[in-house]
Design a protein around this ligand. Structure first.
Ligand SMILES: Nc1nc2c(ncn2[C@@H]2O[C@H](COP(=O)(O)OP(=O)(O)OP(=O)(O)O)[C@@H](O)[C@H]2O)c(=O)[nH]1
Length: 311
């Protein structure tokens, strides 16, 4: 069974302190423990705890250094840190807070007080996580929204530039969707958007595939570590599956709901950088040609003629 209790990482070189905190918090939280700074960094990266109680005076690297490293890592920078320390000068407290810690406990600590302050921070973290989640998804389809896509694209391009990996971008648009809304109403229109989003999620099912609602009736898929042929294949599968749903659409030349797809591909050589705007524009141009040449079709960039997009 999954342990749904929030996870707290306790970092202290004194076993007794770990034990005290463990006993005081274990009823409400899953407790992970570490006695060194390096081990704490490893656990924080793999377990992504909800809160870290961090001693300053560790044997290998100081708690302040651990905090600095956690705050400079994209993966761990949002994990709240509370310093737990015997050092109690104003300067120590100030330094800890300036490094990004959210609170400061002095040893010897009072367990009831620790419990209350930990509970407050965990509650705050839960609310922050929820807000972050809500601001990154599309409420209608549950897909990632444009904002999350933009962030993901920047990170993925950084990865592709570094590792010289191929990326495919699929821009997908429902055909004659204005007429669909006009004929069947916005509620049915919303249902169609949800159905299409499910086809996309199934069609781009590898762990690294990223599906988002780009806006309105337009969707976007980013395939990482992929070839142009794979991009074309995924696009054609999606087009075909929407067609096979046979959702009636009297306002469309085919009589059923369909999508058009534009596919762009890029792969940076050593020292080259992908221009993210140009990449998206290529996919958009291909989509435009798919619409112009009759809809319900996939148009891929001419891979033979186009060099990958570079800044
Ligand atoms: N039901 C519903 N409709 C939406 C939503 N977002 C955008 N739309 C509609 O999608 C339609 C898009 O229409 P157009 O951009 O003219 O394109 P189209 O009719 O699909 O025509 P082509 O793309 O050329 O095939 C507009 O009528 C928007 O109101 C939504 O969340 N729900």
């Amino acid at each position: 069974m999954t342990n749904l209790k929030p996870k707290i990482l306790v970092v202290d070189d004194e076993r007794l302190n770990i034990r005290l905190l463990y006993e005081g918090l274990r009823d409400e939280y899953q407790i992970l423990a570490s006695s060194t700074g390096m081990d704490a960094l490893r656990i924080a990266n793999t377990e992504l705890p909800d809160l870290i109680l961090l001693d300053i005076g560790l044997d290998d690297i100081s708690g302040h250094d651990v905090c600095t490293q956690l705050k400079s890592n994209e993966l761990t920078k949002n994990i709240p840190i509370i310093f737990v320390t015997a050092q109690d000068t104003y300067e120590d407290e100030l330094k800890g807070l300036e490094l990004g810690a959210i609170d400061y406990f002095r040893k010897p600590f009072s367990i009831p007080l620790v419990r209350v302050r930990v509970r407050n921070q965990i509650e705050l973290k839960r609310k922050t996580d929820m807000l972050q989640y809500l601001s990154s998804i599309d409420g209608l389809t549950g897909l990632a929204n444009r904002r999350q896509f933009d962030e993901h694209l920047v990170n993925t391009i950084r990865y592709a530039d570094r590792q010289h990996r191929g990326l495919c971008l699929l821009m997908i648009d429902i055909d004659r969707f204005k007429q669909y809304n006009d004929l069947y109403g916005h509620v049915r229109g919303d249902d169609a958007l949800k159905v299409v989003s499910r086809v996309l999620t199934k069609g781009a099912g590898r762990p690294m595939d990223f599906v988002a609602r780009f806006g309105g009736e337009e969707f976007i898929i980013l395939l990482t570590d992929s070839s142009p042929e794979e991009g074309a294949l995924v696009a054609e599968k999606i087009r075909e599956q929407v067609e096979q749903l046979h959702i009636p659409h009297e306002g469309c030349e085919f009589g059923f709901l369909s999508v058009s797809v534009g596919v762009a591909y890029t792969k940076p050589d050593i020292g080259e950088h992908i221009d993210e705007r140009a990449f998206v524009e290529h996919a958009d141009t291909c989509l435009y040609f798919a619409k112009e040449s009759g809809r319900n079709r996939v148009i891929c960039e001419n891979f033979e003629l186009h060099r990958p997009i570079k800044k």
